[in-house]
Design a protein around this ligand. Sequence first.
Ligand code: ZN
Length: 139
Amino acid sequence: MTRYLPTPSPNPPMDAVPFWDWCRKRELRFQQCAACGRHRHPPAPVCRFCGSDQVKWDAAPEEAELFSYTIVHNAVTKELKSYVPYNIAVVGFPSLRVRLISNIIDLSPEKIRIGMPLRLTWQECDDGTPLPLFFGEMS
Ligand SMILES: [Zn+2]
C-alpha cells in the first residue's frame, strides 16, 4: 500500500499521549468520562459535560460514517505537492457522538459522499506509529 500522506509531525499534546499509545497497538479508542459516561475527542483533561477528570479509554465501534470532508488541491508545503488532490475527512462515530479527523484512502475524490460508511485501517508513519485511516464503503 502506498502511503496516503507524509508522516505527520511528532509530539502530540500530553492529553493525547494515551490515544497514540492505543494506536501503536492498532486499537482506536476514545476518552470516556468515568463519571457521566460520555465520550470525547480530541482528548481533554476534563469532561466538558460534568467536569470530572476521571477517564477510561473505550474501544471505537466498527461502524463509522463520513460526517464531512474537504478535498485539498493546493499543497501548503512542498512535501505535500505530490499528494494533491487529497481528502481530509471528519469521521463520525454516531453511537459515541465523537468525530475524528482522518483521511479516506483508496477512493477517488468524486466517489466520496457524506454519510458513506467507513471502515478503519491502519498505515504506519516513518517512525512506525500506526495512523487510523479509513476505507470508504461503496453502496
Ligand atoms: Zn463527564
